[in-house]
Design a binder for this molecule. Structure first.
Ligand SMILES: [Fe+2]
Ligand SMILES: [Fe+2]
Length: 278
């Protein structure tokens, strides 16, 4: 299967495009146009127009998890394309917070207007994903990812209430994979389940097909040296041809991979493209 992926929204952007803390990608695969996440604010609308992407031509809309920086423009997307088929885990509606040392709790949930739009979709257009599921020919969602690796966590100070008593496991986090002619292309949102856990889950669910590339946010900003080394060790086993880390991966993690892996490292940004046919 040929795949053409474009990053529409990212924390970094090519000249002429808007950078925003958020993520959104456009994926043409298996005869479908797939929108993966919706960014945080206006960047999706502005960048899609500049990249020549007509969101009214989207068929499938995947929400990787219920954080504001992946779901902020759901209202705009659904206005553009009201007949979209939406795929997510029901945990996206959860209210949640980040609490950084010395700072007030910040709500980082999916915005309430966007929650209402998704919650009111008819059953025929809303698909709750609870396990590995093929959503189009050769296009799969992981469903919830088992948290097995001892060094992996959600990657930040994420809590279920503003007092910070209960850690938010972000069980709604999921990734997508595409069966391309070059091997699997793995697409992560924030990878709150951990990159190693995500890859192991996909390996088991896909029948251990070789991985061609991995694109998305790996959320390794706060990762320990031990965790980075364990992630690099797993990547040496999986041997992807390239990594396209972006969004919340963190510069230190990208540098670490550059120094410790033979894999090609091409950091992603708004305007970045991946094509199987070049
Ligand atoms: Fe994110
Ligand atoms: Fe996130």
């Amino acid at each position: 299967m040929n795949v053409h992926l474009k990053i529409i929204v990212d924390n970094q952007a090519a000249e002429g495009l808007v950078a925003e803390h958020g993520l959104s990608m456009w994926i043409e695969a298996g005869g479908k146009n797939i929108l993966f996440d919706a960014g945080q604010g206006d960047a999706l609308e502005q960048n899609a127009a500049r990249l020549g992407i007509d969101l009214s031509h989207a068929d499938l809309f995947v929400l990787s998890h219920g954080h504001y920086d992946h779901t902020g423009a759901v209202d705009f997307v659904m206005q553009e394309s009201p007949e979209l088929q939406v795929f997510a885990h029901p945990g996206i509606f959860k209210t949640r917070y980040s609490i950084y040392p010395g700072k007030d709790a910040k709500e980082i949930s999916m915005p309430s207007e966007e929650r209402l739009i998704v919650a009111n979709l008819p059953d025929s257009h809303l698909h709750w994903i609870q396990e590995p599921t093929q959503i189009a020919p050769g296009v799969w969602l992981t469903g919830p990812i088992p948290r097995v690796h001892p060094l992996e966590d959600t990657g930040g100070p994420f809590f279920e209430e503003p007092e910070g008593t209960t850690l938010d496991p972000i069980h709604d986090d999921q990734a997508l994979w595409l069966e391309t002619e070059k091997g699997l292309l793995v697409v992560c949102g924030c990878c709150h389940s951990g990159l190693v856990n995500t890859l192991n889950h996909i390996a088991a669910a896909s029948g251990h097909k070789p991985i061609w590339g991995i694109v998305g946010g790996f959320h390794l900003k706060n990762a320990s040296a031990e965790r980075l080394e364990a992630t690099a060790a797993a990547l040496r086993e999986f041997q992807p041809t390239f990594l396209a880390p972006c969004h919340c991966t963190g510069d230190a993690a990208i540098d670490f991979f550059r120094q410790n892996l033979k894999t090609e490292i091409n950091p992603g940004y708004a305007g970045f493209e991946i094509k199987t046919d070049n």
